[in-house]
Design a protein around this ligand. Structure first.
Ligand code: NAD
Ligand code: WQD
Length: 337
């Protein structure tokens, strides 16, 4: 199959491109490189020894996107392109709605024009907001608490509406929990532009000596050790889930939603101690107040993905920390040198 991957140069996109190529798919990537580096795609080619087509295109640029669809006979789209920083979305909501929602509308219009009506969309566990209980099931109520999360929910609803208007549209909405880790080669991984917002890249940068110490946000949550609990999922497991979703699209499923997580929750302190164990580095940290907007506990019930997509995460937190460290150690400046 020929797959268009939007945002394919980014963290999850680049890992998914590796798995798509390994599985024998042809891929065409569009990315405006606003939060990524073209080098990631050179590395994807080095890992797979396969060819890919890349276009530096913003998905809001209808004309440029149409040219890509004219040139390539696309079967399905895997749609990663979007902005993802929660804090920034609170400061710049219009940017998030314009890029994420506006970009997706243009992408869908172009898909319609070229009669491509199968899409896998990167949604997020953030759409659940603060869940009333854990583990989280797909049918739980959704109430995102920031513009980023609302942009994801709006896109889910747009894709639902498209299917109602035209049953030829199929969309698989994948709600990712907390993607971490890197490809085992150490050639591709997460490369935040500034100081990381997320826990794992922050820990890695402390370990490699780029940052002095970690700030642990809150130790008074109603969890076992008082720190926040999340469902960390290895990015390679997550990427493989997209292959299963593409297979599922062949059954014309309409619109379906799946949690992609491991079903296990780990605390911040457990992540620190596991990282220390696998890297042999010490991670100094201070306990700070809770971070605004954070919740105590969030982990998935991933059983629907197992049942209907025949997918489950296989890699545990030691693999996640080991592979994150391998990437960071080999690429202390990310893709920047
Ligand atoms: P990322 O920033 O590494 O990748 C996103 C890519 O999209 C980047 O390469 C960026 O340059 C590109 N992009 C952004 N806007 C674009 C536009 N208008 N046109 C073309 N390209 C554009 O992020 P990621 O972590 O790989 O996330 C991929 C997707 O998964 C995003 O949609 C994100 O919201 C979603 N997601 C991520 C997480 C996470 O924690 N990483 C969790 C849940 C969902
Ligand atoms: C994890 C835990 C923090 C950093 C975010 C987005 C979510 C999704 C995934 C896109 C929490 C603690 C963190 C630090 C810390 N992304 N922490 N010190 O907040 O669960 O989810 O990424 O869809 O939408 O909100 O992930 O990695 O930021 O935090 O103590 O420097 O680590 O308080 O308990 P989060 P995270």
């Amino acid at each position: 199959m020929k797959i268009l991957v939007t945002g394919g140069a980014g963290y999850i996109g680049s890992h998914t491109c590796v798995e798509l190529l390994k599985a024998g798919h042809e891929i065409v990537i569009v990315d405006n490189l606003s939060n990524s580096n073209k080098k990631s795609l050179h590395r994807v080619q080095a890992i797979t020894e396969k060819k890919l087509d890349f276009y530096k295109v913003d998905i809001r640029d209808r004309k440029a996107l149409e040219q890509v669809f004219e040139k390539h006979d696309i079967n399905s789209v895997v749609h990663f392109a979007g902005l993802k920083a929660v804090g920034e979305s609170v400061e710049k909501p219009l940017l998030y709605y314009k890029n994420n929602v506006g970009g997706t509308i243009i992408l869908c219009e172009v898909m319609n024009k070229f009669d491509v009506k199968d899409i896998v969309f990167s949604s997020s566990a953030t759409v659940y907001g603060d869940p009333h209980k854990v583990p989280i099931k797909e049918k739980f109520p959704v109430h995102p608490t920031n513009p980023y999360g609302r942009s994801k929910l709006m896109i889910e609803e747009i894709l639902n509406d498209l299917n109602v208007s035209d049953s030829e549209w199929n969309a698989i909405l994948l709600r990712y929990f907390n993607p971490v880790g890197a490809h085992e080669s150490g050639l591709i991984g997460e490369d935040p532009n500034d100081i990381p917002n997320n826990l794992m890249p922050y820990i890695s940068q402390v370990a490699v000596g780029k940052l002095d110490k970690l700030h642990v946000f809150g130790k008074d949550y109603p969890t076992e050790d008082g720190t926040g609990v999340r469902d960390y999922i290895h990015v390679v497991d997550l990427s493989l889930g997209h292959l299963n979703a593409l297979d599922k699209l062949q059954e014309n499923p309409g619109v379906t939603v799946y949690n992609l997580g491991t079903g296990e929750g780990y605390s911040v302190l457990e992540m620190i101690s596991t990282f220390e164990k696998v890297s042999g580095k010490s991670i100094p940290y201070d306990i700070l107040d809770r971070r605004s907007g954070d919740i105590a506990e969030c982990y998935a019930d991933p059983s629907l993905a197992k049942k209907e997509l025949n997918w489950e995460a296989k890699r545990g937190i030691e693999d996640m920390c080991k592979d994150a460290w391998h990437w960071q150690k080999n690429n202390p400046q990310g893709y920047k040198i």
